[in-house]
Design a protein. Structure first.
Lengths: 197, 366
């Protein structure tokens, strides 16, 4: 019987969605296995590290996909399409809240906009690389920060980022290069400090 | 192909080849910058990994419960897709499958109508009817198989002759139409046999007709008794005899009749009656031999002469004919024993001829 059993792990996301549209529940289970963690962490990052809200949004997204599998355009990349749907849900949530909460990667409320070197020194002093990273990313702006987070946090390819954000791949490369170089220069002091120690 | 970030994270600077150095040139142009970028990317990745959370089991249960509650995809009804297939909305009218199928159907109907107007079909029906009639004729031809050979031979001869005469036109028409008809598969095996059988029947009937004519010719002239039943054939034969061979005999009879003045002399056996003809054979034998050996042109001439001079000869020779009835045609006075011998001989010949005809009839039936 193994000869006739489908190897769902080797099937692409788009083909799995086509199978699920025809009633194959196992195909959707495979989709869920692949993107459960991705979707939950995405909502967690975008919705102020609110884990419960992130899981609620993830649940809504998957149930929407279960009820209406035909809303997926099989000609598109599934991961990019899923990200765009989740991003739109977050934007709707932002509008609903009317107040954008400060997430861990947003600019803290107490941030005063002091000199980068001084803040870096303070952060180094505090020994918190993570906090300085969040601060410097927030300084980049939404466009550069989003590309940087999608590339290094979500692990998306350049093409997927370009499709999800509906921009050119060259633009993605440019934004990513600028964000990486800027933040890396800001956090260079941590490396020198650690090397001295 | 790996991106610049992936190359930097996975390799040290001295491990890079020329192509990889060209790829990471935007991020690091020397060893020190490369190591700084590498340290940043690895540290950032580690920090992000720490930030990631694991989805709870409740989320999985909730999603799977919803998945199991949802029924499978609704079964589509094929009939609803027919109109969508025939009249797709995103195509022009001439690209509709319905339009194209209708066009093909119209072409097929037109071709069928054109071919149905061909008169060959009518000929085929006629051939079919002829085939039926010919089959009936063949059945009639096979019917004489039930006739017993013990029946009257004369009646058989007449019937056979009439039947052959009646069937000859049918055979001719059949032979003329046999090329047109298309025999059925069942008739293919029997058709040639029946055809040759019909041909053999026609041939045999023709031979029988000739035999019957010869026999009637010879039998009617054999004796005076038979001559008393004049028929057209008999009178013709007599006339033929008169014209062809027996001129001298008639003259002899006339001379004897004139010399004697009465019919008594005729009762005497006139052994020299054949002086004019130079023959001693009997009248029937002589006539038979002359009919058989007479040239065709001569026979034709005599036949014409016979028909023209029939009335004259009949009126002229009426007296001699009646006289010949009593004393013999050629002036011979036949005794009772000779008459009996002749009767026996004729009976034997008649029986031989009958036997021959029966044999031929059996052959024909076979």
């Amino acid at each position: 019987m193994k000869l006739f059993r489908k190897d769902y792990k080797s099937i692409s996301d788009e083909e799995l969605m086509r199978l699920y549209s025809k009633g194959d529940k196992t195909a959707f289970e495979q989709i869920y296995e692949r993107y459960e963690k991705f979707v939950v962490n995405f909502f967690n990052r975008k919705l102020w590290n609110d884990r419960i809200k992130a899981e609620d949004f993830a649940h809504d997204l998957f149930t929407k996909l279960i009820d209406s599998p035909d809303i997926f355009d099989t000609s598109r990349n599934f991961k990019a399409w899923l990200f765009s749907v989740a991003n739109n849900m977050c934007k709707n949530e932002y509008k609903k809240q009317e107040i954008r909460k400060n997430t861990s990667y947003d600019v803290p409320e107490h941030y005063q906009g002091t000199d980068g070197a001084d803040s870096a020194d303070k952060e180094v002093d505090k020994g918190s690389f993570n906090e300085v990273l969040k601060i410097e990313l927030d300084k980049l702006g939404d466009k550069h920060k989003e590309v940087f987070m999608m590339r290094h946090f979500d692990g998306m390819a350049l093409e997927e980022i370009a499709e999800a954000l509906d921009i050119n791949t060259g633009t993605v490369k440019s934004r990513l290069h600028h964000a990486t170089k800027t933040v890396a220069d800001k956090l260079e002091i941590f490396r020198k400090t650690l090397l001295k120690e | 192909m790996k991106t610049a970030e992936e190359i930097i994270i996975s390799k040290r600077y001295f491990e890079l080849n020329a192509a990889e150095k060209e790829a990471v040139k935007e991020y690091a142009s020397n060893d020190e910058d490369y190591e700084a970028m590498r340290w940043f990317l690895i540290s950032t990745g580690n920090e992000f990994a720490k930030e990631k959370i694991e989805p709870s089991l409740d989320l999985r249960r909730g999603v799977m419960a919803h998945l199991n509650q949802k029924q499978t995809a609704p079964k589509t009804i094929w009939l609803n897709g027919v109109s969508a297939f025939l009249f797709p909305s995103d195509k022009k009218f001439f690209q509709y499958p319905a339009f194209q199928m209708a066009a093909v159907a119209a072409v097929v109907v037109a071709i069928v109508l054109i071919y149905n107007q061909n008169p060959i079909s009518d000929n085929q029906e006629m051939a079919l009817n002829n085939q039926t009639e010919q089959q009936e004729n063949l059945n009639q031809l096979t019917a004489p198989e039930t006739v017993s050979p013990d029946e009257n031979s004369n009646q058989n001869r007449n019937d056979l002759t009439d039947e052959a005469n009646d069937q000859m036109p049918v055979e001719t028409s059949r032979l003329s139409t046999v090329e047109k008809e298309v025999p059925a598969m069942d008739d293919l095996e029997t058709a040639p046999a029946l055809y040759y059988r019909d041909m053999a029947v026609a041939e045999e009937v023709k031979l029988l007709e000739e035999d019957v004519d010869e026999y009637s010719l010879s039998s009617n002239i054999s004796t005076g008794a038979n001559a008393q039943q004049p028929s057209q054939t008999t009178v013709d034969n007599i006339a033929v005899y008169d014209k062809s061979d027996a001129d001298g005999l008639n003259l002899k009879q006339d001379v004897n009749k004139k010399q004697n003045g009465d019919g008594k002399d005729l009762e005497k056996p006139n052994k020299n009656a054949d002086l004019g003809g130079g023959t001693t054979r009997t009248g029937r034998e002589e006539l038979d031999s002359k009919v058989v050996t007479a040239p065709a042109g001569y026979s034709t001439t005599t036949t014409v002469a016979t028909n023209e001079s029939l009335d004259e000869d009949k009126s002229k020779n009426e007296g001699e004919y009646k006289t010949a009835t009593a004393g013999g045609v050629f002036g011979d006075v036949a005794t009772e024993s000779e008459i009996a011998e002749e009767k026996e001989e004729s009976a034997v010949k008649y029986s031989i001829a009958q036997t021959k005809m029966l044999k031929k009839l059996i052959f024909v039936v076979k």
